[in-house]
Design a protein around this ligand. Structure first.
Ligand code: SIN
Length: 504
């Protein structure tokens, strides 16, 4: 494979000069330990300025297939590495991410738009998965099981599933593949990562660290492809017989399509899909804590996470007070370019995201909702900026109740009773995260158990960490990432029945 330098845009060259480790800025695919150019390039934009950041090599179908071949070949030896050796690779990745954290955060802000504070947080979050799975790798235990046959013994062991296809979104350019590839590496799997076309630079910077960590060629491959070529690359990965598992984070319709494409080869799948998180505040809650929790959960990364609060249900006795305090707190936040240290919230990823927020607000206003703050774009900052917005008197027939906005719109709904809150919260096809604030711990258990979601934040709006089993129910997906369960999806249980025990 030939390796050539892709054209670098002016802002990319400037970014290159501001990094301590310029080797992290890569614009080519990473296949079998080589930097690879495709037949064409695609443009990565800085969402804060709209300017071109870099031209990145777009991997062809043949490149994607050769990445799968490389991973298949590498699996023949990587699966025999000791758990301790895999743990050492993971620990080395953790160290390298920590040493390069500032550069990785800068790249992340440039391509995703989130503030540097958030980007540093994401790099630390991503790094924590390498550390976590460095600790999990040596603990892939099996069982001994009593047999119905007195002459037999049953043993189980967990073996790596094989080559894993990893398909990730733009909202967490480092962390979303981290919790997949770290588990894969720990289990003894090899992988092909296809990052989102909006944010390939973070994944390519990670590939550089994979090289530095001395991980053998082919164990981790990264195949950037353009937006237009994404469906074809996804199809190759899902339909390829040598790929034994697909792990995807993204929307529910795309997840369902990838599951259908994976069905023909009967792959394991993990799907971390859309959410529509309820955030319930009861009359007995600590209102200031609930306001802080709602700000953190709703406006994390300008509302662009799958676990962001989407529907804020406030009990009638505290509705007015909550609405007032929440709006005041939102008005203190500052929009702008994520590189500016005074800025608390950056732009949305692209104008399609802005359009969706505008549609949800227009729909809410047409159905008698009132905008308490925000409500419009901020053209003087750039086309992707949208004000942090609060709408009161939201109702169940509004778009914001039915779909995830994935943007900075907080809709306040009023409810009377606990039963009503649970019924409204569960009235969605989605079930990723849910939140509740109450000082009554019997209620915390009752409501926590009744919410049809995979994860509940009780008296907190911040739930994500490597120890959390991350994942949803209903249309929000299958499988759990991170935690002691996260490695399971990357392994298969092998049983060995040993006979003739009583024969001397
Ligand atoms: C997501 O938005 O998909 C993930 C958010 C998180 O890990 O906290």
């Amino acid at each position: 494979m030939i390796s050539i330098r892709a054209r670098t845009a002016g802002s990319f060259r400037r970014a290159l000069h501001s990094l301590r480790n310029p080797g992290l800025l890569q614009t080519q695919g990473f296949i079998n330990g080589q930097w690879v150019t495709g037949a064409s390039q695609f443009t990565v934009l800085n969402p804060a300025t709209g300017q071109e950041l870099a031209q990145v090599a777009c991997m062809t179908d043949l490149n994607v297939e050769s990445a799968i071949d490389a991973a298949t070949q590498a699996f023949t030896t990587y699966k025999h590495t000791t758990a301790r050796m895999r743990s050492d690779f993971l620990y080395r990745l953790y160290q390298l991410m920590t040493e390069n954290a500032e550069d990785l955060a800068r790249i992340l802000t440039l391509e995703n738009g989130k503030t540097l504070v958030d980007a540093r947080g994401e790099v630390a979050y991503a790094a924590s998965f390498y550390k976590w799975f460095a600790e999990e790798a040596p603990r892939m235990y099996g069982d001994t099981i009593p047999s119905a046959n007195g002459d037999n013994r049953i043993l189980t062991m967990r073996q790596p599933v094989g080559v894993v296809g990893i398909l990730t979104p733009w909202n967490f350019p480092q962390a979303m593949f981290a919790r997949k590839v770290a588990a894969a590496l720990a289990a003894g799997c090899t992988s092909v990562i296809k990052p989102d076309s909006e944010v390939p630079l973070s994944a390519l910077a990670f590939a550089r660290l994979v090289e530095e960590a001395g991980i053998p060629p082919g164990v981790v491959n990264v195949v950037p492809v353009s937006h237009e070529r994404t469906p074809a690359a996804g199809k190759i990965i899902c339909e390829h017989p040598d790929v034994r598992k697909v792990s995807f984070t993204g929307s529910t319709p795309v997840g369902a399509l990838l599951m259908a494409q994976s069905a023909g080869t009967v792959k394991k799948v993990s799907m971390e899909l859309g959410g529509n998180a309820p955030f319930i505040v009861f009359d007995d809650a600590d209102i200031d804590a609930a306001v802080a929790g709602a700000i953190g959960s709703k406006f994390r990364q300008s509302g662009q996470t799958c676990v962001c609060a989407n529907r804020l249900y406030i009990q009638e006795g505290i509705y007015e007070e909550f609405a007032k305090k929440f709006t005041q707190a939102v008005e203190k936040l500052k929009l702008g370019n994520g590189l500016d240290p005074d800025v608390s919230h950056g732009p949305l990823i692209h104008t399609r995201a802005v359009k969706k927020v505008q549609e949800h607000i227009a729909d809410a206003v047409a159905k008698q909702g009132t905008v308490l703050t925000g409500g419009s774009g901020v053209p003087e900052l750039g086309a992707n900026f949208f004000q942090l917005t609060v709408v009161r008197d939201a109702t169940a027939d509004m778009k914001v109740a039915l779909e995830e906005t994935f943007g900075p719109l907080a809709a306040l709904f009023k409810f009377k009773t606990e039963e009503e809150a649970v019924r409204l919260a569960n009235a969605t096809e989605f079930g990723l995260a849910g939140y509740l604030f109450s000082r009554d711990y019997a209620r915390v258990f009752r409501v926590g158990e009744a919410l049809e979601v995979g994860m509940v934040g009780a008296n907190t709006g911040a739930i994500s960490e490597s120890a959390l089993p991350f994942g949803g129910v209903k249309a929000s997906g299958l499988g759990r990432e991170g935690s002691k369960y996260g490695i399971d999806d990357y392994t298969v249980v092998k049983s060995i029945v040993i006979g003739g025990i009583n024969q001397r």
